[in-house]
Design a protein around this ligand. Structure first.
Ligand code: COI
Length: 355
């Protein structure tokens, strides 16, 4: 790693912008990408100079280790434009720390902090026109690392690419979301990679989620792999349950992602005197609370999804609907969180980061 003073980002600008062809009012999450991307190669035992290049295909050998052993990790971050055209990010240092934690678990070399922030800022400055004003508009930022070394021996690669791509975003989920509590499949096991944003954690959810979709659910809430008795996370979001006036969420473990939105909500709830219990949550207690009417809300929390209310859940063939509340914790906390993100309110936590 070079020291801060020597870091220079090598920039090649796109000859023209695609921005005029994009319908910013009708974006599907994750389908449109900005004009540029960041690429940094790990070669000869060190990260090389970060480069910004026009967004486009990259060339890899078919034997690159990422294709065979899934040595890949990623992050999800967002940038926002305020009414004065200043660009803000939300707690980016948390994402930086987490991608290195994920990398370490997947035997990927950690990425230098100065490279991350300098190249990210250069990329956002170049593509800032893609960050639209308006509550709900954002730029979703996807840093990721892949093992590029050719060769199918089952060992960590010697070469990697750290890349950042960006996609203008509105909502992740459109429409109502109902979830199935997992009875059979597991997302993560003790001692595994559940806490990491490892690409394979997500790919492994697709098949059980497809089965749940056939039954009318959009997502699965994963239960613990040993007993399937405790509710953990939804895979694209951490999960909160409101029983009477209390919020419940599962503790972080080596199976559960240490969600940045999750921990922000816990801190905000404390400020607004919303009681929160971080503890194991049994399927049994949530089913009973749904039956006796004390279960008021379930919502997911994540960077892409922000805070997404869950309208109902299914378990062992039964379907449960949640009440439609006029004053929900989900909408209260979402409004407070987004006002911090869009610089529409004070930020007593120091979470906003000016680009
Ligand atoms: C995020 O919220 O940023 C995530 O990484 C979830 C992803 C599946 C969209």
């Amino acid at each position: 790693m070079k020291n801060d003073a020597t870091i220079r980002i090598d920039i090649v600008k796109a000859p023209s912008s695609k921005i005029k062809s994009v319908d910013f009012e009708n974006l599907t999450f994750g389908n449109t990408f900005t004009d540029h991307m960041m690429v940094c190669d790990y070669e000869n035992g060190e990260w090389q100079q970060p480069k910004i290049r026009p967004y486009g295909p990259i060339e890899l050998e078919p034997s690159a280790k990422v294709f065979h052993y899934g040595q890949a990790v990623f992050e999800g971050m967002k940038a926002f434009r305020d009414n004065d055209d200043t660009i803000w990010m939300f707690r980016p240092e948390e994402n930086f720390n987490r991608i290195n934690k994920s990398s370490k678990r997947l035997a990927i070399p950690e990425f230098p902090k100065e490279y991350f922030f300098k190249s990210l800022e250069a990329l956002l400055k170049l593509d800032k026109d893609w960050i639209k004003k308006g509550f709900g508009n954002s730029l979703y930022i996807r840093p990721f690392v892949i093992a590029t070394e050719p060769g199918v021996s089952a060992s960590p690669g010697k070469n990697y690419k750290f890349m950042i791509i960006c996609s203008p975003a509105q909502s992740y989920y459109t429409g109502e979301v109902r979830v199935k509590f997992s009875e059979e499949f597991s997302r993560a096991a003790d001692g595994g990679v559940g806490f990491a944003k490892a690409a394979g954690n997500y790919g492994a959810q697709f098949y059980p989620t497809n089965l749940a979709k056939e039954e009318g659910f959009q997502q699965i809430i994963w239960t613990d792999a040993n007993s399937h008795e405790f509710l953990e996370e939804a895979g694209t979001m951490n999960i909160f349950f409101r029983v009477n006036d209390k919020l419940l969420t599962a503790p972080i473990s080596d199976r559960i992602l240490d969600g940045i939105t999750r921990k922000s909500l816990i801190a905000m709830a404390d400020v607004y005197d919303i009681p929160v219990e971080v503890r194991k949550i049994s399927v049994k207690e949530i089913v009973e609370a749904a039956k006796d009417g004390s279960l008021k809300e379930i919502f997911g929390a994540g960077t892409a999804a922000v805070i997404n209310p869950i309208n109902g859940f299914g378990y062992k063939g039964e379907k449960y609907e949640l009440p439609k509340l006029t004053e929900s914790y989900a909408s209260f906390l979402k409004d407070k969180l987004m006002k911090i993100q869009y610089n529409l309110a004070e930020d007593p936590f120091g979470w906003r980061y000016e680009v």
